[in-house]
Design a protein around this ligand. Sequence first.
Ligand SMILES: Nc1ncnc2c1ncn2[C@@H]1O[C@H](COP(=O)(O)OP(=O)(O)O)[C@@H](O)[C@H]1O
Ligand SMILES: [Mg+2]
Length: 199
Amino acid sequence: MINKTIFISGTPCTGKTTISQLLFDKFNLKEKWYVKLIKTNELAFENDLILGTDSQKNYKIVDIESLDIAFNSQKDEFFDVNNNKNKLLIFEGHLSHFCSGADKVIILRVHPDKLKSRLRDRNYISSKINENLSAEALAVCSVEAYEKYGDKACELDVTDKSPEDVLNLICKIICDDVSYPIGEVDFIEWILKNDTAKF
Ligand SMILES: Nc1ncnc2c1ncn2[C@@H]1O[C@H](COP(=O)(O)OP(=O)(O)O)[C@@H](O)[C@H]1O
Ligand SMILES: [Mg+2]
């Protein structure tokens, strides 16, 4: 039997929720697979794992240590089920890569020029948009994932890929057919092109 735990992380609006749902749906249709999708935000809010609110940036501060514990307890429950099926556990969200227990951490990357319009569509305030764009250009999530997971972390440039293309690539990553090591996606020219002083 195959047991896999996959984390999907990245800057807001890189497609984590979209792709994770597609991945869940695909494996949920397979007779031989038992699949579960856990979302970091839902896990944090349902278990009240909030330390407070960052009043300047207006977002909730999640207790990562407790998130890690809550996730791993759900993970244990999931893999304890004795149903003779292959198991796939998906943990999705921009804080997932801070938690332990992944076999692979996949960071979705989108070029900042494209990410900008998605963040605008989500009605983020401009300071939040700029913060996320520079985080994406500087590969913050990739570096964080690499620091915790080393070679188990990988990154996919999905800028020009349809959700279905991304889904197919992720399935190949899960099966160890392809590897996309951290460090190959480079959006740093965006920082140089843009006046970083305004950040
Ligand atoms: N591969 C893709 N190609 C085009 N649009 C996408 C793709 N993936 C996601 N989107 C769109 O980008 C927006 C953000 O996607 P979402 O999955 O909510 O991102 P996240 O969960 O990372 O914040 C949504 O409007 C979604 O439909
Ligand atoms: Mg999301």
